[in-house]
Each structure stands twice: as structure tokens, then as C-alpha cells.
Design a protein around this ligand. Structure first.
Ligand code: GLN
Ligand code: ZN
Length: 771
């Protein structure tokens, strides 16, 4: 039985890579220093994986930015706009890579960055490859062989990792009409041959090819592409042993294709899909083929300790059928999606010892893989027994802990009725009452919630956390900020005001900190994109709301003005989606618990006189399961969770929701089902095209399509916004249109915010006169 790892978090236990990259971008260190930091990170990570008892250690999982971008460089898939940087400017590869990832504004160039999007159903973003009809590929960058040789020289038993050719193509985008990117396989394969040849010549034994596209609904042609690619690679390099890695879901309808591929080792994600083990072990051809199975049993997407007993039962099942020789053990997917090291969590105020003992980060997960191998090899040795018993104790402690289980919460969830998830009246009836109540003009103007989180505000928060600023003082400063924001919004003539969210560090963390059942780490960082990391809260127990969370802020803001102030909450699905969640109950149950907590808050806001309440759900789209067959179930409970949160109020109370840019086409009926009175969405960059889905579906409620992009400091003109709203009028009648920016303004400065919003209010006024 062998152990291996699919990938290690490259950012470093203390985010060394993040810090070094940012220093390099700021011109504070040289390329050579950055390379040095990178070499140290790699060598530390190889060593710690070896020390943990991993037999085959991944190389080339390291990246300065993203593994898909690295694959673009490896295969020479470099969009034309960057060619002058190579040919004229002779940029170093590392600078070219950063130019592609972040754009390039220097020496008279103004090159946009490549697009970025979410990696399957994770919160990691990859760079989207750009393909042309006559796309040429050529071996351009030798990072994979260089790093393999680097590891080999240092004496590690290493295994190069590559994004597989089919997944690479499928993750890309056609940048012109008239072809499908999968047709490029024949041009691309020769580069993979060249890479494999070089690896072969450098002494590589195993090569891991990641093909998580196997979790998607693949067409016949795409499945055939896998067969073509892997047959060709095997024929050319009979001595190289290919590990084909699929993760994040079952093989589904691709199973027979996957099993037919001539590879040495097939990796399965048994955390997301434990049932596929039996399916595979029941295929006689597979048993005869002598393919090895890599059992991904340790969860690479979450932070909980592995349940050894459960894992061992899966291992034994496989062992009985195919023998230990054909079994590999591994985390379910690359550990890129977990924080590095639980041992760095030393502050009991963050994570109590009781909760900490239930958890494992990347480093601890590798030790688990090695322990499982040891126990599976011989469960009867004293060492195996000790390991197993210690694990059982932890699992048992978590199962029965009073910290986790709250009967009242469980009963409340069980007692939810359909009526709890439904407003009292239809939208039409509600709208009439709301109009009488609010008397808003046509094209009402509002914002999405946050105003600039200035350096000052962040400094206050940091001081307050260090107890250098008292609660009262911190409170006073934030109230002043809210007061100024309200004053300014009144002056600018906005119709529905917000308090500005100055008291919030992050839209999920802020609520998690006030809800029971959440814990926070000090150092549990996970790469989101490039040097950006997130530190998701940990949901460990039953969730409830011990006390109102936002009511005081909203009440205070409302007391300052005669205009309507909108209350601002994060929705249950987004809180769930951006946290590490419990693995001891379905996500839907945790979702319902959060929904009830938010519902309580909504009702309390209403009682405090806040009659317009926004429940943000930017993450509802990203929670969508990869395979179509699983989507219905998710959408049912996700939409219901939102409705539970939103439906405790009177007809005359107006519920808003907000979503950032996402493809709505395939879920527009579910969005409509959420039945928010008003939905604001990000649309300005798509020139309102997104509204097409809403119009086609005849989306019935009010919509606020974003009229300007908040990601850049650029101030849009009134005319521009008038034109956009006029475009929106082709899709949505004036009586149902709101006017607002694309998203919150927390990353912007006040200067551009004020100018842009003033133009926006004027745009709405101009339109009112025109109509
Ligand atoms: N209310 C939040 C804000 O304005 C919404 C953020 C988001 O959509 N991601 O910042
Ligand atoms: Zn948004």
C-alpha cells in the first residue's frame, strides 16, 4: 500500500508566498529574492510531507499564482496581447506570468489581465485560458521539469503533477466563433508528449494528471477526448506510470470512460462520493485490468479529523477485492483548499482545546493518511491500536459534546413549516402596500450596503481588537462614520439609505462572531486567488442567535434621518458557503439553523422600525453542485433557507436580496422562487445582457441591475448610466426598476464614491423627467 498527496497549500504556513509576491509587486524585493522564498517554501513542504510518512510527494503543485495559468505557460497558450512583452520587452517568465494574471500597465502598455473564475465548486479562482480557432501550442516553460529535478536532487521521492489536457481545454474559453475548444486536443497533445518525454528522461516514475472535468456532465465527444489523450500518452510512454486524479464528486456517467483509460492509478474522491468504491469494485474488467486505486479518504476540503473506523472499512473493502498492492491512500483532493497547520492555533480564545482536538489541517491530514496505512497494514500492533483508540476518542468526544448539540435548536428546525417559508401575500399585493408605505419615486436609488472601509476604520478595528481602544470609544467612532455617511447620502439625494457597514470586517465573519456554533482560527488561511487568502469561520455546532446582531446599528442610522434606512444582513446560504461546515449533518440542516437565526434578526429589525431589509446571497450560485442531477435538491433547500429567513415579516416590509455577477440563465426560476421584493445584481460589465435571462423568464419582482462597476476607481458619467438604464428598460418595465451600483463600495475611496453616486442619482432624475 502506497501513500501519496495530490498537492500541498503553496501559500505557506505563515503566508510567506503571499507576502513575498506582494513585496515583489511593490518593487521592494528582486525576482531572485522571490525565487529564493519560493524554493524555501517548496523544500520545507517536501520535507514535511516526507516526515509525515507520505511515499510519493507532489511537485509542480507549487505556483506563483495558479496552476492553470502555469499550464498556459507550459503549453504556450499565451494570448496575443502579451506577445510584445515577450518579443519586444523580453520580460522574464515570472513577470509575464504576473502580467497575464494581473494586467500590465507600464512602458506605454495597457494590457488587461486574463479572466478569473472559480475552480469547480471551491472558493479558489483559476485563470481562464483563452483559445483561438487556430490556437497553436508549444512547449514554452519548463517549470514542471525544473521543479521535478529540484526535488529529485534534494532526494525526494517525487511525482510531478499536471493539469490534464482535457480539463485544461474544458476550463478555457473560445475567444472567437466557429470551433469548440475540445477540437484543439490534437494541437495540444504534442506538448504534453514533449513534457512527458522530458520527465521520463529526467527519471520520473509516476506522473499525476488531474482531470476533475470527470465530475462534470461530459458530452460523448469530451469523453472520447479523454480516451484519445490517455491512449496516446500510454502508447508513447509505456514506462511512465500515470495517476489519473478525479475529485470533488463522483464519476457519474463518466465512470465507464474513466475505467477504460489505460492508466496505472485511478484516484477517487471517497469523501464526496464513498459509494463509487463499490461500483468500481463490482466491475470485472476493472479487477482484471490490474489498475491501482488511490482512495481519497481524508477530506481535502474541510478541517475535521478523519474518522479512522469509517476510512478503514472502505480500505478493507478494497483490500479484500484487489489486495493491498493495488491500493494507494491519499487526501480526497489537493490540500490547496485547507489551511496549513493546526499546531499554529495556540490561542484558546479563538479555538478551545476541545474544538481543536476535532480538527486537522493539511499537515495533520497527511499524518492521518500515513496512520491509516499503518493501521490497515496490521491493526493488531500496539502502535496501530494506540492510533486507532486515540482517534476513536476524539470522534466520540465530538459526537456527544454538549458544545455541539442544542436540543432547542434541533426542535426548532424540525418544527419549520411550509408557512414559515412563505410571505403572507403575493408580490403584487405586497408591492401595493409597500408603495403606500414608502412612497418612493420611479427608479428609486440605493446602494448595496457598504461604504468605503478606509485605512482609518481598519486601524480603529485593529486597535480595538488589541484592546487599545475601548468598546465605547470604538463604538463612538463607528457611529460618527455612520452619521457622516447618512448625512452625505441625504445630500446626494439617494432614496433608500444604508448605514455603511463600517462595523463589519467581513460579511460572514461579522455574523459568525455573533452566532453560537461558530469558531474562528488565527491562521487558518486558504488561497482564494493569487496572493489573496480567506480565513473561513468554522461551523462546529448547532447555530442560534444569542442576541440581536445588527439592530442597534440600523436603529441608530434610522434615528438620524427621515428617509428610509435599509437593514443589511448576510443570507444563510452565503454564510454556509463561505465557512468550513459540519460534516456530521447535511448542509441543508445547518442552512436551516442559520436561516432561523437570520429570520429572528429580520423580525427584530422590523420591530425596531426598519421596514426595508436586504439579505445578501452572493454565494447562492457557487454552491450549485457540479452535476446537473444533484442541483435540484440543492436549489430546493437553498431557496427555502432564504425564504425562511425572509418570510417572518409583514407585507409592507420590503425584503431585498443582492447577488454578485453570476450566470443566472439556468437558475432564474429558482431566483424568482426566492420571492425577494427587490433583487440587486451585478450587470454593468455585461452591459445589462444578464437581464436577458430575467426578461425571458418574465421574472416578476423588482430588479436593481448594477449601473456601474465598483471594481475600479473609474467614475462613470451620468450619460453612461442613463444609457445603461435605458437598455435595462428594454427588458424590465420602469415600475420595477431600481438604480444602484453593482456591489458594495467597501474597497473604494470616498472621493470616487461620492462622485459616482452623485452622477448615478442625476441619471435617475434625468430618466424620471424623460418618462
Ligand atoms: N452588503 C455587502 C456590501 O455591500 C454585499 C457584498 C457582496 O455582495 N459581496 O459589501
Ligand atoms: Zn455583490
Amino acid at each position: 500500500m502506497q501513500t501519496h498527496n495530490l498537492g500541498y497549500p503553496r501559500i505557506g504556513s505563515n503566508r510567506e508566498l503571499k507576502k513575498a509576491c506582494e513585496q515583489y509587486w511593490a518593487g521592494k524585493i528582486e525576482a531572485a529574492q522571490l525565487e529564493q522564498v519560493a524554493r524555501e517554501i517548496r523544500s520545507n513542504h517536501w520535507q514535511l510531507q516526507k516526515d509525515a510518512g507520505i511515499d510519493w510527494i507532489p511537485v509542480n503543485d507549487f505556483s506563483f499564482y495558479d496552476q492553470v495559468l502555469d499550464t498556459c505557460l507550459m503549453t504556450g497558450a499565451i494570448p496575443e496581447r502579451y506577445h510584445p512583452l515577450i518579443e519586444k520587452e523580453h520580460l522574464k517568465t515570472i513577470d509575464l506570468l504576473f502580467a497575464m494574471a494581473r494586467g500590465y500597465q507600464k512602458n506605454g502598455y495597457d494590457l488587461t489581465a486574463m479572466e478569473m473564475t472559480k475552480w469547480f465548486d471551491t472558493n479558489y479562482h483559476y485563470i481562464v485560458p483563452e483559445f483561438k480557432k487556430d490556437q497553436k501550442f508549444s512547449f514554452f516553460n519548463s517549470k514542471v521539469t525544473d521543479q521535478f529535478i529540484e526535488a529529485k536532487k534534494a532526494g525526494y521521492n517525487s511525482k510531478p503533477v499536471l493539469t490534464g489536457p482535457v480539463t485544461f481545454l474544458l476550463l478555457g474559453k473560445e475567444k472567437e466563433e466557429g470551433f469548440h475548444r475540445i477540437d484543439l486536443l490534437k494541437n495540444l497533445l504534442p506538448v504534453y508528449f514533449e513534457v512527458l518525454e522530458k520527465l521520463d528522461a529526467s527519471g520520473a516514475y509516476y506522473v499525476q494528471l488531474d482531470e476533475p472535468c470527470l465530475t462534470l456532465d461530459l458530452t460523448q465527444k469530451e469523453q472520447q477526448a479523454l480516451v484519445t489523450a490517455y491512449t496516446a500518452m500510454q502508447q508513447r510512454f509505456p514506462n511512465l506510470k500515470i495517476i489519473l486524479a478525479n475529485y470533488f464528486d463522483c464519476f457519474g456517467a463518466n465512470l465507464s470512460t474513466a475505467l477504460s483509460l489505460p492508466v496505472q492509478v485511478l484516484h477517487l474522491d471517497l469523501v464526496r462520493c464513498p459509494s463509487q468504491l463499490e461500483d468500481i469494485l463490482a466491475v470485472p474488467d476493472f479487477i482484471r485490468a490490474r489498475t491501482h486505486l488511490s482512495l481519497g479518504i481524508v477530506d481535502g476540503r474541510n478541517i475535521w479529523k478523519n474518522n479512522f473506523k469509517q476510512s478503514l472499512s472502505l480500505i478493507q473493502k478494497a483490500q479484500q477485492k484487489i489486495g493491498a498492492d493495488r491500493i494507494w491512500l491519499a487526501p480526497s483532493c489537493s490540500l490547496l483548499h485547507t489551511p496549513c497547520d493546526l499546531d499554529l492555533e495556540t490561542d484558546e480564545r479563538h479555538l478551545t482545546a476541545e474544538i481543536k482536538q476535532w480538527m486537522a489541517f493539511a499537515q495533520q491530514k497527511l499524518a492521518e493518511v500515513a496512520s491509516l496505512k499503518q493501521i490497515a497494514a496490521d491493526p493488531e500492533t500496539p502502535a496501530s491500536k494506540t492510533l486507532l483508540e486515540a482517534n476513536i476518542r476524539c470522534i466520540e468526544s465530538r459526537r456527544s459534546s454538549a458544545l455541539i448539540h442544542n436540543q432547542q435548536v434541533k426542535q426548532r428546525v424540525a418544527a419549520i413549516t411550509e408557512a414559515d417559508a412563505r410571505r403572507n401575500s403575493s408580490f403584487t399585493a405586497r408591492k401595493e402596500k409597500q408603495q403606500q408605505e414608502f412612497r418612493l419615486p420611479l427608479f428609486p436609488t440605493t446602494t448595496i450596503g457598504s461604504f468605503p472601509q478606509t485605512k482609518e476604520i481598519r486601524a480603529w478595528r485593529a486597535q480595538w481588537k488589541k484592546q487599545q481602544l475601548s468598546d465605547t470609544e470604538y463604538d463612538r467612532l463607528l457611529k460618527e462614520a455612520a452619521q457622516e455617511a447618512i448625512r452625505w447620502q441625504e445630500e446626494a439625494g439617494l432614496d433608500v439609505l444604508v448605514h455603511g457597514e463600517f462595523e463589519r470586517n467581513d460579511m460572514v465573519e461579522y455574523f459568525g462572531e455573533q452566532l453560537a456554533g461558530f469558531a474562528f482560527t488565527q491562521n487558518g488561511w486558504v488561497q482564494s486567488y493569487g496572493s489573496r487568502c480567506v480565513k473561513p469561520p468554522v461551523i462546529y455546532g448547532d447555530i442560534y442567535r444569542p442576541a440581536p446582531m445588527t439592530v442597534e446599528w440600523s436603529r441608530y442610522a434610522q434615528s438620524l434621518t427621515r428617509k428610509w434606512v435599509k437593514g443589511m444582513l448576510t443570507g444563510p446560504v452565503t454564510i454556509l458557503q463561505w465557512s468550513f461546515v459540519r460534516d456530521d449533518q447535511p448542509r441543508s440542516v445547518t442552512g436551516d439553523q442559520i436561516a432561523l437565526a437570520i429570520r429572528d434578526e429580520v423580525i427584530d429589525l422590523e420591530k425596531a422600525g426598519i421596514k426595508i431589509i436586504q439579505i445578501d446571497e452572493p454565494a447562492i450560485r457557487e454552491g450549485l453542485p457540479l452535476r446537473k442531477e444533484n442541483r435540484r435538491e440543492y436549489l430546493d433547500w437553498a431557496v427555502r433557507a432564504f425564504r425562511i429567513a425572509a418570510s417572518g415579516v409583514q407585507d409592507a416590509t420590503q425584503i431585498h436580496t443582492h447577488m454578485c455577477y453570476s450566470e443566472f440563465n439556468d437558475i432564474i426560476n429558482n431566483i424568482a422562487d426566492m420571492d425577494a421584493d427587490v433583487i440587486t445584481i451585478e450587470t454593468s460589465r455585461s452591459q445589462m445582457e444578464l437581464l436577458d435571462a430575467f426578461a425571458t423568464f418574465a421574472y416578476p419582482n423588482d430588479i436593481g441591475p448594477g449601473v456601474y462597476d465598483i471594481h475600479s476607481p473609474r467614475v462613470p458619467s451620468k450619460q453612461e448610466m442613463v444609457a445603461l438604464i435605458e437598455k435595462a428598460l428594454h427588458y424590465i418595465p420602469a415600475e420595477r426598476l431600481w438604480v444602484n451600483p453593482d456591489c458594495g463600495l467597501k474597497t473604494r475611496g470616498w472621493k470616487e464614491t461620492k462622485r459616482a453616486l452623485t452622477e448615478m442619482v442625476n441619471a435617475a432624475k434625468t430618466l424620471r423627467e424623460k418618462i
